[in-house]
Design a protein around this ligand. Structure first.
Ligand code: MN
Length: 330
């Protein structure tokens, strides 16, 4: 097993999104790679900063997880106006504060800590996300790439409020999607996947059962956690590769909390640009054109309550978007 430390600090302005070209990658065996987040302003001029740890040039995906943003804790208002998605599921997981989700399916719900919002874009959906006034917000938002057989399906939305918990002495893992041991979430995903929020009391140690074929990654959300021989604090994503049956974690320096993500290697090449996940430049071009046309609602519907205000699609870059292999690996 080799250890690699990547350091990359790039500001990616939301109005000039960098195309993310993600090629399906092969099995790696156990790895230990620390990937630094980059700070991205979201939501216009008086924006909030998010810390993005997926995708990365060195790591486009972990299983079907293809996007990971963490924001807060901060007092600033989150105001993400209606915008479209294709080919993915959004997972919204508040750690603190409440977020109001409205979408083109007619959903209008608050999501609170301990609850999961899961929106399946399929062929097309649009939504808005606003924090509730006065609440500081700390949350993560993830995207899950949809496999070929369902990526053009109609959109769907679910909120899951009865998530199962995997427990050991001093350790509570809330299962957002997939399973840890016998604890299985009812949230509807389309590839073998796990996402868990793991809280450790000070001094606790636990060995988490992992699916050996999955690749896994860890992001510390709070405090300090020892994972795979490394003392981790909030910031970097630790990629663990695949081929692990278990993961020993401990909180030697006080309580800690982290996100465990995993999944079976995603089989399809992806092209990600702005809020769209597709398989080709043409997929992205079509989605952008549809959102930019007067007939946008035919594909993406319309979100009530915003007087028709929507986030416009940025210009496409002057290069053809094509999938590209993960560097350094077959
Ligand atoms: Mn969104």
């Amino acid at each position: 097993m080799h250890r690699v430390r990547h350091s990359r600090h790039v500001t990616n302005l939301e109005n000039r999104p960098t195309p993310q070209q993600c090629h399906a990658h092969g099995g790696t065996g156990p790895l230990h790679e620390l990937l630094e987040p980059r700070d991205v302003p979201l939501g216009g001029l008086r924006s909030m900063q998010v810390r993005r740890t997926l995708p990365q040039r060195a790591l486009p995906m972990v299983g079907a997880w293809c996007f990971l943003d963490e924001f807060g804790p901060q007092q600033v208002q989150m105001r993400v106006l209606p915008h479209p998605h294709t080919g993915l599921q959004t997972v919204t997981w508040p750690l603190q504060g409440q977020i109001r989700h409205r979408d083109s399916l007619g959903s209008d719900v608050l999501v609170r800590p301990g609850q999961l919002n899961l929106m399946t874009a399929g062929h097309g959906v649009s939504h808005s996300e606003f924090s509730v006034e006065g609440d500081p917000v700390h949350a993560v938002q993830l995207w899950v790439a949809l496999p070929d057989d369902v990526r053009e399906d109609p959109a769907a939305f679910e909120q899951v409020t009865d998530l199962p918990v995997w427990e050991a002495a001093g350790v509570r893992a809330t299962i957002m999607v997939g399973a840890l041991g016998e604890a299985r979430s009812s949230a509807h995903v389309h590839t073998p996947l796990v996402g868990a929020d793991v809280a450790l009391d000070a001094g606790a140690t636990a060995t988490l059962p992992l699916e050996e074929p999955f690749e896994h990654a860890v992001l510390v959300l709070d405090g300090t956690v020892q994972v795979d021989g490394e003392t981790l604090t909030p910031g970097p994503l630790l990629f663990l590769g695949d081929g692990r049956r278990e993961l020993t974690v401990s909180a030697d320096d006080g309580p800690g909390r982290f996100l465990l993500l995993g999944g079976r290697r995603f089989e399809h090449d992806l092209v990600m640009w702005w809020n769209f996940v597709g398989r080709s430049h043409a997929d992205i071009e079509q989605a952008r054109a549809a959102w930019s046309s007067d007939a946008f609602a035919e594909r993406f519907g319309e979100v009530d309550g915003h007087d028709g205000v929507r986030i416009p699609a940025p210009d496409l870059p002057n290069v053809r978007l094509s999938p590209r292999r993960r560097p350094g690996r077959a």
